[in-house]
Write a protein that binds this ligand. Structure first.
Ligand code: SF4
Ligand code: SF4
Length: 272
């Protein structure tokens, strides 16, 4: 599939540029602007006994049809947690550590799937969990991740009112922004394995310009990417290891950030 994509036209290729940063406009400030939700809701604890779901009045968030649940996970667990152990105190894409005793309920933050989120006036085009600083990507191959702020199972294509734009990494010292696309990455990344175990070969990498690398939120807003796609939850991504906010990629050269995206994106779940 990758070869097919590269052999054909790449959407938006002519207009490609290294990075198109979006101005952070939502974030925590959106808490007060969401109609019909109470973004400042009480925090919940996954160690508390979960509130029972009343099947007469409660549906899975943002989806009238029954969402396919991970095997062995009840609707209550999906909604309220607890999530599997690997996520309980995990670190999010934006380096937020999840505290299972201080989480918001989905119902209090306007949690919804992307298409339904568009109806919320706080939602910005392209914003979804996969490019949110609080997202914790899939770790066990069930297709769902978790969140450092919100309880229960979370999909990359979901969204809520406490969405937080990932911080823009600074250009490393001694480099310019135009260097980032082709610069050799630091030693720790050169032959590292991606987060799904794909080995990086520095001599077999694709150019960023050839895979239309751009910001995930912009790609989704433009229709080049589907909701839920970002480098942060791509099988080829090598997360930041030195604290500068930049990671790398097992298939693409140069500096790569969690909020980026390209046309050869592959869901991390496919390789777990
Ligand atoms: S990861 Fe999703 S659920 Fe969590 S804060 Fe961000 S937008 Fe909300
Ligand atoms: S991590 Fe995935 S989406 Fe990001 S540049 Fe690499 S292949 Fe493309």
């Amino acid at each position: 599939m990758i070869d097919d994509l590269l052999a054909g036209d790449i959407p938006g290729h002519e207009t490609w540029s290294r990075r198109h940063y979006l101005v952070a406009t939502v974030g925590i400030a959106a808490l007060g602007g969401c109609s019909g939700t109470d973004g400042g809701g009480e925090t919940a604890s996954e160690t508390d006994s979960a509130s029972p779901v009343d099947p007469e009045t409660t549906e899975p968030p943002g989806d009238e049809e029954a969402e396919e649940l991970p095997e062995g996970v009840s609707e209550d667990e999906f909604e309220f947690g607890p999530v599997p152990d690997a996520y309980l105190s995990a670190v999010s894409l934006g380096n937020e550590t999840r505290n299972p005793d201080e989480l918001l309920a989905k119902a209090d933050v306007g949690f919804a799937e992307y298409d339904d989120a568009a109806e919320n006036q706080a939602h910005q085009p392209g914003a979804c969990c996969a490019n949110c600083a609080d997202y914790i990507p899939d770790k066990n191959g069930d297709g769902f991740g978790a969140c450092a702020e919100v309880e229960g199972y979370i999909g990359g294509e979901d969204w809520c009112t406490v969405y937080e734009t990932l911080p823009e990494p600074s250009v490393p010292e001694g480099m310019t922004e135009s260097d980032l696309a082709t610069a050799p990455v630091p030693e720790a990344y050169r032959t590292a394995d991606s987060q799904a175990g794909e080995g990086r070969s520095p001599d077999k990498l694709l150019a960023q310009a050839d895979v239309n690398l751009m910001e995930s939120a912009e790609a989704i807003a433009d229709g080049a990417a589907r909701p839920g796609q970002s480098c942060g939850n791509c099988a080829e991504f090598i997360p930041d290891e030195n604290g500068d906010g930049w990671g790398a990629c097992a298939r693409v050269e140069g500096y790569i950030a969690a909020e980026d995206w390209c046309v050869i994106w592959e869901h991390i779940t496919e390789e777990l």
